[in-house]
Design a protein around this ligand. Structure first.
Ligand code: MG
Length: 439
């Protein structure tokens, strides 16, 4: 039922009021007595939120209703409002017909595997602790979370000579970014600023392909940079002052290099580019590798020596602030970086990038196949060169390759990166060879 990003799927099929009611009952039955609830801009979230709230209250939990807010605002409000858990009704960057449910702990971390499993078991077995007639929880509305979030961001960044910024909200829940950058003194213009869960302005996933209007607008104006979020504003990506999309690996390297010093660590999934390794090597810092998924990055970010965590999807975590990927905070951090060391195009140019190749191979029985790939990689390569944390990652002289089963499709995904075109082809050939030998 739960993936690493919570429950997500088409409304009326996998995501229904029935399911939301059950999740609400299960969360309260697990002993969470005070729960913060928020939703993204999709209208289907209203019904889901009502059903979820009914389930929580019916099992004795009190609900603090934030209404429409960015996911990081809801996640951070769990601690601020001294609640035990948070729930966001959101399908993040998925199409308008989808919705979803994501659960948050008080530390700002999403529910981990064991907590998700406990909820699933309760729902599957229909085991809930329904309260007696006089034991239902209450629900109250709370409007101060966004202001609190803005204050937290203002306290986390300092800005001299504020840049001019265009923020593409993609009709999503990230209004806070425009507000807080204005409060920090930036000249802010917005694109697709009207919240609308049918996402009429652009697809919700912020990619070079979906941000053409932002790129053209930044290029045509005197803006110093552009910022874009997904529908629930946990992700953040950027466009430089020339209108060029900043590759996410490069953005990762810029944030990592700024956050880390000698001896520090940065948490990153196994598919992270060499650009980030190299940027960190320059400042005497290094990577801690995690499985793919911002939940795992957040988990690794709880370690003492980890000062930053990132995922090339556009999820950025500063553990001193919160363990939730926080798009508005990331926007403010980037604006501060540009103010201090810009222009952004020059910062982008200072990060070394390398050729990367990606392939998908259609397969049957991807799990068994990956078991064989793992065995044969361990036979073929030295122990220290093979990482089986998530899929199979093999270090080579001048690069690396990764083979992972797709979470949702009958595919094995192959990624290869190396420091030259020649080397990346050699690494890719080697990966194909390993795959063919185990097929
Ligand atoms: Mg999201």
């Amino acid at each position: 039922m739960f993936g690493t990003s919570g429950i997500r799927g088409p409304v009326g099929e996998t995501v229904t009021a029935d399911l939301a009611l059950a999740v609400g009952r299960a969360v309260a039955s697990e002993g969470h007595e005070r729960v913060v609830v928020g939703r993204d801009v999709r209208d289907s979230g209203i019904v889901l939120s009502d059903a979820l709230t009914a389930g929580l209250r019916e099992c004795g939990a009190d609900v603090i209703d934030l209404g429409v807010e960015a996911t990081p605002t809801v996640a951070r409000a769990v601690g601020w409002l001294e609640a035990d858990a948070g729930v966001v009704l959101t399908a993040s960057h998925n199409p308008p017909a989808d919705n979803g449910i994501k659960l948050w702990t008080r530390s700002g971390k999403a529910f981990g595997p064991s907590q998700r499993e406990a909820i699933t078991v309760r729902i599957d077995r229909d085991v809930f602790s329904l309260a007696s007639w006089d034991g239902h929880g209450v629900s109250r509305r709370h409007d101060g979370a966004r202001e609190r979030h803005a204050e937290a961001i203002q306290a986390a960044v300092s800005l001299e000579d504020p840049p001019s910024v265009i923020v593409d909200l993609g009709n999503g829940a990230g209004r806070l970014t425009a507000d807080v950058l204005t409060q920090l003194g930036c000249r802010v213009r917005t694109l697709n600023g009207q919240p609308d869960g049918s996402f009429p302005g652009r697809p919700s996933e912020p990619e070079a392909e979906t941000l053409e209007t932002l790129m053209a607008t930044v290029a045509a104006t005197d803006a110093d940079l552009g910022i874009a979020h997904d529908g629930d504003a946990d992700r953040m990506v950027a466009v430089d002052e020339t209108g060029a999309f900043v590759p996410k690996d490069v953005l990762f390297a810029l944030f990592a290099r700024e956050a880390a010093g000698e001896g520090d660590r940065v948490a990153a999934p196994v598919d992270t580019s060499l650009s980030v390794d190299d940027a960190l090597a320059h400042v005497g810092a290094s990577l801690t590798k995690t499985p793919v998924g911002d939940v795992y990055v957040a988990e690794a970010a709880t370690r003492d020596d980890v000062v930053f965590g990132g995922e090339p999807s556009g999820a950025w975590i500063w553990p001193e602030e919160t363990l939730c990927p926080d798009g508005p905070l990331a926007a403010a951090k980037l604006v501060a970086l540009v103010a201090r060391r810009g222009p952004l195009s020059a910062l982008v140019g200072s990060v070394e990038t390398y050729p990367i190749r990606r392939e998908s191979i259609e397969v049957e029985g991807k799990a068994e196949l990956m078991d064989r790939v793992r065995e044969s990689a361990l036979e073929r390569y030295a122990d220290g060169d093979v990482d089986t944390l998530d899929g199979v990652r093999v270090e080579r002289e001048d690069g690396w390759f990764l083979m992972r089963a797709s979470g949702t499709q009958s595919l094995i995904r192959l990624t290869a990166e190396a420091r030259s075109d020649e080397a990346v082809m050699a690494v890719l050939e080697e990966a194909r060879g390993l795959f063919e030998a185990t097929r």
